[in-house]
Design a protein around this ligand. Sequence first.
Ligand SMILES: Cc1cc2nc3c(=O)[nH]c(=O)nc-3n(C[C@H](O)[C@H](O)[C@H](O)COP(=O)(O)O)c2cc1C
Length: 378
Amino acid sequence: MSVITHIEDLRVLAQKRVPRMFYDYVDSGSWTEGTYRANAADFDRIKLRQRVAVNIEHRSTRTTMVGIDVAMPVAIAPTGMTGMQRADGEILAAKAAEKFGIPFTLPTMSICSIEDIAAATSRPFWFQLYVMRDRDFMARLIDRAKAARCSALVLTLDLQIIGQRHKDLRNGLSVPPKLSLRNLADMARKPRWCLGMLGTKRRNFGNVFGHVKGIETMRSLAEWTNKQFDPRLSWADIEWIRKRWGGKLILKGIQDAEDAQLAVASGADALIVSNHGGRQLDGAPSSIAALPAIAEAVGRKIEVHMDGGIRSGQDVLKARALGAKGVYIGRSMLYGLGAMGEAGVTRALQIIHRELDLTMAFCGHTDVEKIDAGVVRV
Ligand SMILES: Cc1cc2nc3c(=O)[nH]c(=O)nc-3n(C[C@H](O)[C@H](O)[C@H](O)COP(=O)(O)O)c2cc1C
């Protein structure tokens, strides 16, 4: 295996090791994928200011996100079906995040359950919630996250309907995978993945299976899930969730300054500027392009976080400079996981951390807390 030096190396390796149906599920956006591409491309357009002859010997990337200490201003984004990239994927990623000292966010639509992650880790993780029609089920999910001592709830607001991803339709994406001839032939070329899947019992949606009455088969689970995302979601639901949860609340999927103001009014602790990794509204601006106006609209009232297109420590620095207190990584983590399991997620975090540390130093800074718009050339 060649030496892994940046996130792109992990992506290439993941593409070789993960069955096509699940690799494509990660490496894709909705419709033309224009917003998906813009998320990363717009970072490249931002240039940094080099400074020299500044003492940069002692440096720190430590900071906080919603008051929680983090080794760098990066958290793991919630990504559905992570346990299909690699057996027990959420457990592996959560362990890597815990050892690194950054938050891991478990999604509602994970393969490993809330209880699985709680049993495998010793520091509190974060839980991502979708607003579902079955409010009793949602209430139970919130209670389970509380019982597992999750330290923040990430409420996703931008997936009440689903943006079409051509590749997923073509591949017939499903959990567990459809065993068509084409899929079987592809899996046969990925023996490491197959062995892992044979060795685990976690192969369906762990937070749902066994927790909803009448769902005993994969088919009934799929039918139930498809009907659950509630298109009637409103700010009143968010108020209900905030009260029921009672802890740190982060609203995910904000793209617009007006919605950001409503997020402030809702009493949330933070918002995430996000377009769901370019998987929902194709034609929306990249997250990094949307960030400055939202950061300005919100001021210091609540924390502003962002995600979308972070593939390097340079990207983390640019997001900090343009107003994000912290960022989340989706695909950078998933590529590491698909490539090398827990070691791959750790490698992804090490790469991003080292790039952040050195880039900060090139810009004449020693403390990530003090990064401001001055590091960016305008
Ligand atoms: C494969 C995949 C699955 C995702 N599933 C979820 C999910 O279940 N819940 C959610 O809030 N966001 C989900 N997202 C969006 C991520 O949380 C995040 O917004 C996005 O990945 C950030 O962009 P990046 O992948 O370029 O870092 C998913 C993203 C990907 C790539």
